[in-house]
Ligand binder design. Structure first.
Ligand code: SAH
Length: 595
């Protein structure tokens, strides 16, 4: 068989591909292996630092396309340039023995790092190297250089840099060991994940070729590739954040993983070193350890049911201090305006059937943002825990080493009825209450103990039940409740759009449809519903249901807004002017002289 090996055209890439070809030809003398040079986007852009070009993958995409089309059978890349997963339709062979994973210093005049004079200048294109060099020698100045080994060596001479940092692997493969001044041990400088490891990429399903390549693999390197790249994935780091990891054997079947991570500006960095048997478990442990040193706090804040005034004092304070707010559909938009300038606001949706972001993704997002910011607020409608999945978020954060706090909120299950004029308990009418969700995981009517509800003299509140109100009424009657039992549905409770529909179990379904109530809505069943006639304070105010647009000058809310709102109106303000202080055109002296 003849196999074509795809590679970039740089000297180093060619050396790597040539190495692969050499080993394959030796192992499989009956087959033919030849190289094909492919130009990638990363090769075309040479004037920018890597973290500005964007994604990982800039050195691989064009090669992958040729493997997929069948023109090339084996792609050879540096594993550290690869995205965490192979592109769809492709797979990696097991890793071969790695080259030296260490970083090295090439110094122009001196022998060792510690010999460099104060303020000496070091060139590197990698922030991982930059941060760690500065960790070792805070006085050094680091300048950005890019390009291949020859270019960097030339720049060092031309620009009179005191030294540069490179990967040992590249220099070894180019037989340029003699240029190396000093090897930096992983204890001093943690290399990039998978540094010195080649990625051999082939088309999915090419089992025979995979077996040929796997036969030449190296156990320890395969473990290192798995552990180091799992760490990268754990940190969710695209190549713009500095991340390092190196896994080495430490006795019989034991590994040690050293890892580092830094934030965007380099103001915060953390290092971890963990030992154990399972590379992936070590990656998780190191990530947890690093997060526990670096992560900011995530605060789960209950935003209240809709009326922005129903946030707690503490919740509002957290919003004002937040560097990032992750919010969902039920959180009042006005609350976001309280955030400080520059706060990143991320909408994660959740209209019941149309989830913008899955819960798992939200959990991971929170962990990721905690590594970027001092304070991330997770703003959730109503209370954090009342059918809010706040528990899952807290557990995920804890398991990942991220500290979190909870600020409870006023739940719609209490506030909704109250704003609808219905007290959830009342002497002589309801001794307590049930609050249940009407939906189960599969969007079916949840397995609710209707019998217990029917047998008790307690108020029943159903959340997430608007579309099932007929079914709920039916089940309550089956369990023995009278068809004349009072029931209310309150839609968009505590907002200016609040609407309440009152009926009895026999007629509620039909009435809800007739009146066109929309979600979010909650259902209240029980004798307390009848108290609405006396306790409704909201929907029968003079301006209830009316909406006003109020122009204002300056940023402060107007008094008119308050007055209108007190009468039940909903008010939007538009700022149409600013107030500026002007210097008067006269001076005190003139004033004294004038009359
Ligand atoms: N954690 C929230 C509940 C989330 S479950 C809380 O404590 O309020 C979402 C359900 O809450 C909705 O389907 C609806 O039944 C109810 N809900 C939330 N806000 C509401 C509102 N303003 N008016 C009526 N129902 C509301």
């Amino acid at each position: 068989m003849k196999y074509t090996i795809g590679t970039r055209g740089s000297k180093l890439a060619l050396a790597q591909a040539e190495f692969v070809r050499g080993r394959l030809s030796q192992a499989y003398p009956e087959d033919k292996f030849e190289l094909q040079i492919i130009k990638t986007k990363g090769d075309r852009i040479v004037d920018k630092p890597l973290h500005e070009i964007g994604d990982k993958g800039v050195f691989v995409k064009e090669i992958e396309e040729k493997i997929l089309s069948g023109e090339v059978q084996i792609g050879v890349h540096s594993m550290k340039d690869m995205p965490s997963r192979p592109a769809s339709g492709l797979m990696f062979a097991k890793a071969w023995k790695r080259e030296d994973p260490r970083d090295v210093l090439i110094l122009r005049e001196k022998e060792r790092l510690e010999d460099l004079p104060e303020g000496a200048v070091i060139g590197t294109g990698s922030r991982r190297r930059e941060y760690q060099i500065k960790h070792l020698r805070p006085d050094l100045r680091v300048v950005n250089i890019r390009g291949n080994v020859d270019t960097r060596l030339r720049k060092m001479e031309e620009e009179k840099l005191d030294g540069i940092v490179l990967a040992a692997a590249g220099l070894h493969r180019l037989s340029m060991q003699d240029k190396i001044t000093q090897y930096l041990e992983p204890e001093e400088m943690i290399p990039a994940p998978a540094q010195g490891i080649l990625a051999l990429e082939i088309r999915e399903g090419e089992e025979k070729l995979k077996a040929m390549l796997d036969a030449l693999s190296h156990e320890e390197t395969a473990a290192a590739a798995l552990g180091e790249r799992s760490f990268l994935q754990e940190m969710g780091a695209s190549c713009h954040l500095p991340v390092g990891a190196v896994l080495r054997k430490e006795g019989e079947e034991m590994f040690c993983l050293r890892a580092m991570f830094g934030n965007e500006s380099g103001s915060r960095q953390a290092y971890a070193s963990v030992s154990g048997r399972e590379p992936e478990e070590l990656a998780r442990e190191a990530a947890r350890e690093i997060r526990s040193q670096l992560a900011g706090t995530v605060v789960l804040v209950g935003a209240g049911p809709g009326d922005p005034g129903l946030i707690t004092v503490k919740g509002l304070q957290e919003i004002r201090e937040a560097d990032c707010i992750v919010y969902d559909r039920l959180a009042a938009p006005e609350l976001l305006e309280e955030a400080k300038a520059g706060c990143e606001k991320i909408y994660v949706g959740k209209a019941s059937s149309n989830h913008t972001m899955k819960q798992g993704e939200i959990n991971r997002l929170l962990v990721q943002k905690s590594m970027e910011y001092e304070k991330t607020v997770r703003l959730k409608g109503g209370d954090v825990y009342v059918f809010g999945r706040g528990g899952e978020e807290g557990m995920f954060l804890r398991a990942h080493g991220v500290p979190f706090q909870v600020v409870p909120g006023i739940s719609s299950c209490i506030a909704g009825p109250a704003y609808g004029g219905i007290p959830i308990t009342h002497r002589g009418k309801a001794l307590g209450f049930h609050v249940v969700t009407a939906h189960d995981r599969n969007d079916e009517l949840a397995d609710i103990n209707f019998q217990a509800m029917a047998d008790s003299k307690e108020t029943c509140v159903f959340l997430m039940g608007l579309s099932k109100v007929g079914e709920i009424a039916g089940k309550l009657k089956e369990a023995g409740m009278a068809g004349s039992t009072q029931i209310a549905v309150i839609s968009q409770a505590t907002t200016p759009e609040q609407r309440t529909c009152v009926s009895d179990l026999d007629h509620i379904a039909e009435k809800v449809i007739r009146e066109g109530l929309i979600s979010p809505a909650l259902i209240v069943v029980g004798e307390v519903v009848s108290l609405r006639e006396e306790l409704n304070f909201l929907e029968n105010r003079p301006l209830s249901g009316k909406r006003y647009l109020v122009p204002k000058i300056g940023e402060k809310p107007t008094r008119l807004k308050k007055l209108l709102e007190n009468q039940g109106a909903s008010v939007d303000e538009v700022q149409v002017g600013v107030i500026e202080h002007v210097k008067p055109a006269f001076v005190l002296q003139n004033l004294k002289e004038g009359d």
